[in-house]
Design a protein around this ligand. Structure first.
Ligand code: ADP
Ligand code: MG
Length: 232
């Protein structure tokens, strides 16, 4: 279990996250909410990409607040960025092999699970030649290939056509059951929200609502409050 205790994050005098208390179990939790709510910031704090100004992160009762990204990766944390990272000179098969070094594991399984044909994509370079959606799929495949207990996906739908996103949602569900791990998904997608065991509605840096789909859905339409100072 991951536990966030009184997490606050301040940047340039602005309170981006305010006193977040959350628990993540071995299930799919979707974090949703308007742009700028602090979702990516929260995901980065869980992964150790940024440090909270105050508060602590616990994993299976161990305080990991001061763990680096590498330390968290070693204890079984994986992360997929909202904007996928490009690695010039590295091929898809190289990054998948780095993610999963077990020689007897067929890497093609992971490409197939994100809707990419391995014959076509395995030797492609992770550069600008791949479309945004293809890069995103490769990054998701890389996270799945790591086969870790904690998996964080920041907007897995970004850049992916809605026609095939349903298949990806099935993939997340299948892997979560296989691994029986913690899947934290930041998403606005109805299909993803429908699948979630738990939904966190984040708004203006705070947890506005937390619960099962039926309890949260009525709140989602009200989440976009306008700015008090300019009315936008
Ligand atoms: P979300 O993912 O919910 O859209 P983010 O977590 O990316 O939101 O950002 C939350 C707020 O913090 C936004 O207002 C964003 O502009 C601000 N923010 C995030 N990172 C930085 C940064 N490095 N510098 C300045 N502001 C930032
Ligand atoms: Mg974001």
């Amino acid at each position: 279990m991951i536990e966030l205790r009184n997490i606050c994050y301040e940047h340039d005098g602005k309170q981006i996250l305010k006193n977040i208390n959350l628990k993540f179990n071995n299930e799919i939790t979707v974090i949703t909410g308007p742009n700028g709510a602090g979702k990516s910031t929260l995901a980065k704090i869980i992964m150790g990409i940024i440090k909270p100004t105050s508060g602590s992160v616990l994993y299976n009762d161990q305080d990991i607040t001061d763990f680096s990204i590498t330390q968290r990766a070693k204890i079984g944390f994986s992360y997929s960025f909202q904007q996928p990272v490009k690695f010039k000179g590295l091929r898809v098969c190289d990054i998948l092999r780095i993610a999963n070094a077990k020689k007897d594991v067929a890497l093609s399984k992971y490409l197939k699970s994100v809707g990419l044909c391995s014959r076509e994509y395995m030797t492609r370079e992770l550069s600008g030649d791949l479309s945004g959606g293809e890069l995103k799929r490769v990054e998701i495949a890389t996270v799945l290939a790591r086969n870790t207990q904690v998996n964080i996906f920041d907007e897995p739908e970004a850049g992916i056509d809605l026609w095939s996103f349903g298949n990806l949602v099935e993939t997340f569900s299948k892997f979560q059951k296989e691994i029986n791990g913690i899947f934290i998904m930041i998403s606005h997608q109805e299909k993803m929200i429908n699948l979630a065991n738990k939904i966190v509605l984040l708004n203006a840096g705070q947890v506005e609502k937390l619960g099962k789909k039926e309890e949260i859905l009525p709140f989602l339409s009200n989440a976009n409050k306008s700015c008090k100072s300019c009315g936008v």
